[in-house]
Ligand binder design. Structure first.
Ligand SMILES: [Zn+2]
Length: 94
């Protein structure tokens, strides 16, 4: 009988809690570009990265260019396709 509803709390402090206790919702729709080539160019990568990979989107043909990745597992996850995800948001102006 002593329950209080979240809406009865002052607004400001519950907003702050969201930042830390709540995971950002992911974009519902994401088109991924998958690895089309991967390699180690033998150059110096940014800290934490060990290889470079090229990603291409099967849907639109977008190509990422060489991106540094942490490791091959990371590479296999793909990257969001910039073209498709941009269109999904509804900005066709470009
Ligand atoms: Zn695409």
């Amino acid at each position: 009988m002593d329950r209080h509803t979240p809406s009865s709390q002052p607004g400001a402090s519950s907003r702050q809690a969201d930042l830390f206790g709540y995971r950002k919702p992911r974009a519902p729709r994401r088109y991924l570009a998958h690895m089309s080539d991967v390699g180690d160019h033998g150059c110096i990568y940014e800290q934490g990265n060990t290889c470079v990979a090229l990603f291409s989107c099967a849907r639109c043909g977008w190509e990422s260019g060489w991106l540094e990745r942490r490791n091959k597992t990371h590479v296999l996850q793909g990257v969001p396709c910039m073209k498709c995800n941009d269109q999904a948001k509804g900005s066709l102006a470009d």
